[in-house]
Write a protein that binds this ligand. Structure first.
Ligand code: 7TS
Length: 430
């Protein structure tokens, strides 16, 4: 039996893996049982779900929470005096407190529910950006941003006559920090940077990025879409000015996300959308706005989504984020080693610090063809540009195949991926 097979047996059998320093026991078999979607066949093969960077599967705890909410507590929030409305409001606000504790924000008033990362970034661009950035100013982003951390800033700079500056990425897929430092100037008014790259898996040194920006008096927005589910987040330790993420990548429903902002910044920002709940007093002559966080939550929000996000946070916290992260690292290392050994396979993104994303290309085979054949083998990956077209151009590829892992993935699933890729190579050899 190979070393890997033995490890796989250790991880997926009934035996428990005890992680140093943790009082919790990590039992993959038990964890997988909590995710109903993982137990199905696709094209007659057991599903191997490796598209977690796009969206994660949901544990029973989240599904049941939604079921309970819609069965018993469904009502609008913050307005009814009746019992169901109060229950819904209590649950929604309890979820806000769970998010606050999870990202270690100081106050719940700094946690705003949005539709997701994309909406959170657009909100900051069109409120903070419009108010504080002027013609001739500069916004720094990086070459590894998701389109949702590029386009809202492009729209803003076009509106106001400012400029975007782009920090280059090295061949290994790391940020060129020296170039970043040199880019900061008195013209810089905001840095918006991804914490973990969705296409490369690179973990950017966010504390350092923020410290350097702050030395120049520049606030930083952190795109945490791919970090919040893999790293322990402490917005106060990071000293992030804004931190944004989506629930659906954190085992919660789609359509719910978070904008964290420092109170001092949020207080001074104008509202994003007008409507119910975001006001204190309305007359045709003058309207005054509600306190934080409600000032930024116009209209009926995704109540069930927020409650589901709270349940997802409870679930991962019980397992322990640091324990999950160390297991995910083992899976990524195993997969990287195994796939790199295949002839003609090139890994795109070889940063020293990585998490849970393995992007690759195969010589002379288009990523979409690979994705289709893998799907036939039951292996779900994403093939494409991953909404990072400039990054694909940087690496001279039209697209990559991306396997992205979550803590419920096993070593056997990596083996299944490997076998499926071998099959692709056989098909094309023929
Ligand atoms: N930022 C990063 C780093 C992302 O990975 C994504 C989504 C977003 C922002 C946007 O998140 P949304 O929830 O608002 O859409 N990334 C991906 C992906 O890699 N595959 O599908 C979606």
């Amino acid at each position: 039996m190979s070393v890997h097979a033995k490890t796989a047996e250790k991880m997926t059998g009934d035996s428990m893996m005890k992680t140093q320093g943790s009082k919790l026991e990590f039992n993959l078999k038990k964890i997988r049982e909590e995710f109903p979607a993982l137990h199905q066949k696709v094209h007659g093969k057991p599903l191997v779900y490796l598209d977690n960077a796009a969206s994660t599967q949901k544990p029973r705890a989240v599904i049941e929470k939604l079921h309970h909410y819609y069965t018993w507590d469904n009502a609008n929030i913050h307005r009814g005096v009746h019992t169901l409305s109060q229950r819904a409001t209590d649950e929604y606000e309890a979820a806000r407190e769970k998010v606050r504790a999870f990202i270690h924000a100081q106050k719940t008033s700094e946690v705003i529910f949005t539709r997701g990362t994309t909406e959170s970034i657009n909100l900051v661009a069109q409120t903070y950006g419009r108010q504080n950035i002027k013609a001739g100013d500069e916004i720094i982003i990086s070459h590894m941003e998701h389109h949702s951390n590029i386009v809202p800033w492009q729209m803003l700079v076009e509106q106001i006559g400012a400029q975007l500056k782009v920090v280059p990425v090295t061949d290994a897929g790391e940020l060129d920090l020296e170039a970043y430092q040199n880019m900061l100037s008195e013209k810089t008014k905001l840095v918006a940077m991804v914490h973990v790259s969705n296409s490369l898996g690179t973990i950017n040194p966010m504390k350092k990025i923020i410290d350097v920006a702050h030395q120049a008096g520049v606030p930083v927005l952190v795109d945490g879409a791919q970090s919040v589910n893999h790293l322990e987040i402490n917005v106060q330790e990071l000293d992030a000015d804004f931190f944004v993420f989506s629930g659906h990548k954190l085992f919660a429903p789609t359509g719910i996300g978070v904008l964290y902002g420092k109170e001092s910044l949020l207080e001074n920002m104008p509202p994003y959308q007008g409507g119910g709940d975001m006001i204190r007093q309305v007359s045709f002559e003058k309207t005054t706005y509600n306190d934080l966080p409600y000032k930024f939550e116009a209209g009926t929000p995704h109540i069930a989504g927020a409650i589901g996000l709270g349940a997802a946070i409870d679930y991962v916290q019980e397992l322990g984020m640091s324990q999950l992260a160390s297991y995910e690292k083992e899976v990524l290392d195993y997969a990287t080693k195994a796939l790199s050994a295949l002839p003609g396979l090139k890994v795109i993104g070889q940063a020293k610090e990585k998490t849970s994303v393995l992007s690759f290309v195969l010589q002379d085979i288009h990523p979409h063809d690979i994705g289709t054949i893998l799907d036939n083998e039951g292996v779900a990956v994403r093939a494409g540009h991953h909404c990072t077209m400039p990054l694909m151009q940087r690496f001279g590829v039209p697209a990559t195949v991306r396997a992205s892992f979550a803590f419920y993935n096993s070593f056997e699933e990596v083996d299944a991926l490997l076998e499926a890729i071998k099959k692709v190579q056989e098909v094309f050899k023929g």
